[in-house]
Design a protein around this ligand. Structure first.
Ligand SMILES: Cc1cc2nc3c(=O)[nH]c(=O)nc-3n(C[C@H](O)[C@H](O)[C@H](O)COP(=O)(O)O)c2cc1C
Length: 245
């Protein structure tokens, strides 16, 4: 197995960082490497905005439910899905963009995610830790206004980067045979497999929290998908030009 597997398998989200600065050059290199990810039809629908301003970070942290790493991380960036520039290019070529298609929304969001994860791998290879911040979508309009995002652009997630000041355990993933199927979606034994993963996760939470968190993956999922989450997103995306039709 190539050594990259080991690097990838040692990923864990980092939420506490040392004060050691991350050079601007390294940040630019990480983003540049991220952007070499495959991109649907070469659309390159990613824009990355680095936020240095403390006040802006403070507001974004509030949007994110008070997540302190948004303020404390040496580097905080926001990954945006961007069809504004695509519209510009289309008009430069004498065309006019048909916007609002669900397919465009998927393409742009996938593009951003691939580029971001590529950047994560580069960052972790450099000894940095990262934490994605999906919680910026608690109030994406506030983030949109702060970053002055034009129409056809929406903030997908934030990302904290810095040198780790903690060494959390790697979080176990679902057993491979729950996720990786042959020929067809065979799930006859998935309940048993998930039950054994639940036990593994229960132990993980116990160890990680010193016994204060008693939960399993299934219980976490029940809490997560049991109710509506960020129901404002559909209307927000429509306002941004991602109408979903
Ligand atoms: C798109 C996305 C959004 C996330 N948003 C947050 C967030 O707002 N705050 C946070 O602390 N972690 C966030 N995470 C981190 C996940 O909770 C974490 O990746 C997951 O629990 C697995 O743990 P691991 O990264 O340590 O393996 C996010 C991860 C992803 C991929």
């Amino acid at each position: 197995m190539h050594e990259i597997h080991q690097l990838l398998r040692s990923h864990r989200s980092i939420r506490q960082f040392t004060d050691k600065p991350v050079s601007d050059e390294l940040v630019a290199d990480i983003v540049k490497t991220g952007l070499t990810a495959a991109t649907s039809s070469n659309l390159q629908a990613t824009t990355v905005i680095r936020v240095r301003d403390e006040k802006t970070r403070g507001v974004i942290s509030e949007v994110g439910g008070g997540q302190t790493q948004i303020v404390d991380a040496p580097v905080f960036i926001v990954w945006c899905a961007d069809l504004h520039r695509t519209r510009l290019a289309c008009e430069m070529a004498g065309g006019s963009m048909t916007s609002g298609m669900t397919e465009q929304f998927i393409i742009a969001t996938v593009d951003v995610s691939l580029a971001a994860q590529n950047a994560v791998i580069a960052a972790e290879a450099e000894g940095l830790g990262i934490c994605y911040i999906g919680a910026i979508r608690n109030d994406p309009q506030v983030v949109t206004d702060l970053l002055e995002l034009p129409d056809d652009v929406y903030p997908v997630f934030g990302m904290c980067l810095g040198y780790p000041d903690q060494d959390p355990e790697v979080k176990p993933r679902l057993p491979l045979d729950v996720v990786f199927k042959e020929e067809r979606y065979e799930d006859g034994r998935d309940q048993d497999r998930i039950a054994s993963y639940d036990e593994e996760m229960r132990q993980y939470y116990r160890t990680r929290t010193g016994g204060t968190k008693e939960s399993s993956w299934s219980e976490e999922m029940a809490g997560l998908v049991g109710g509506e989450r960020r129901p404002h997103m559909r209307e927000f995306l429509a306002r941004r030009g991602f109408e979903l039709r």
